[in-house]
Design a protein around this ligand. Structure first.
Ligand SMILES: [Zn+2]
Length: 311
């Protein structure tokens, strides 16, 4: 196992520095689960980052220290950086429609009206939720998002981090994290803060990749959601439930697979990142071509899930 991992690391990272970094983590005591804090075990290496598993909660994660190479700024959304989305603002109408479906799913659960969207980016979910009758605001650390949300969508996105932003305790009926929890350095601290911001009986909504899904089980380490340095923790419904209980929430009372429309531009951009090499470059070139403006429908079942849990 260890030899396999070392070979994988040397083959992928190709550096003695990477190998020594792995060796430094080569004991259970040195690997602490990013979600629940229990001891973890190294499983494989991707892009030079160890991916570990936790026997206690079942999640997979990139162990500490948090990679410094994941940066969240405008380039992240434009597809200019190594991480991130392929042309987020160009997919505005698709994203609004995807989020409107999620807002309707929430509304059907009997959620209250006051919504906080964590990691709101440019405010598209906030706008979609308002369109479905919610009184929604957003929070995002990327500074220019707030001005865009106000100017283009006439919605409020505050600048800050969920762990520290000044927000009213008990001031929200629903707090949402769409494709956010996998990015957080300390998801338990974030969820505990979120719980204090929810009114009694309030609802947490999380959407993320499905570690327990068919796609991950078929493609293993090639799963595109294993995406260090930007994705740090990988959940199944069961491992998310474990963390929710740890943070004082009820287990998820509703789980769905809502699917999404994506542009060929973003799909090929992400595929290019996952493939790497000449095939990856070809995929990214297709993303930038006129074909990139077309869209396709991607099912979430077997690949991603949305879950709602009461405070
Ligand atoms: Zn764990």
């Amino acid at each position: 196992m260890i030899e396999h991992l070392r070979a994988a690391l040397v083959g992928e990272a190709g550096s003695a520095a990477g190998l020594s970094r792995f060796v430094a983590r080569d004991s259970a005591a040195a690997i602490r689960c990013r979600a629940c804090g229990a001891s973890g075990r190294a499983e494989f290496v991707k892009r030079g980052f160890v991916i570990a598993s936790c026997a206690a909660c079942g999640c997979h994660f990139v162990p500490d220290p948090v990679p410094r190479s994941a940066r969240y700024d405008e380039a992240y959304f434009a597809g200019d950086g190594e991480c991130g989305y392929g042309g987020y603002l160009q997919d505005r109408e698709l994203i609004l429609a995807n989020f409107a479906r999620r807002a309707r799913w929430m509304a059907a659960l009997g959620a209250g009206r006051r919504v906080l969207d964590v990691g709101a980016a440019y405010g598209f979910f906030v706008a979609a939720a308002r369109g479905e009758g919610f009184d929604a605001i957003g929070l995002d650390p990327v500074v220019p998002c707030a001005a865009f949300a106000a100017r283009e969508l006439a919605v409020e996105v505050r600048t800050g981090l969920i762990e520290s932003a000044p927000l009213e305790p008990g001031g929200f009926d629903v707090i949402t994290l769409f494709d956010v929890i996998e990015h957080l350095a300390d998801p338990a601290t974030a969820l505990r803060r979120i719980r204090t911001l929810l009114a009694p009986g309030g609802l947490l909504v999380v959407e993320t990749g499905d570690l327990g899904g068919l796609l991950r089980r078929v493609v293993g380490s090639g799963w595109y959601y294993y995406d260090p340095p930007q994705h740090l923790t990988y959940f199944s419904v069961a491992s998310l439930d474990h963390l929710l209980r740890l943070c004082g929430f009820e287990p998820a009372s509703a789980v769905g697979h809502l699917g999404r429309a994506v542009s060929v531009r973003n799909f090929c951009h992400q595929l290019g990142r996952a493939l790497g090499g000449p095939l990856g470059a070809a995929s990214k070139a297709l993303a930038r071509s006129p074909l990139g403006r077309a869209s396709c429908s991607v099912p979430d079942r077997g690949n991603a899930f949305i879950a709602a849990a009461r405070r």
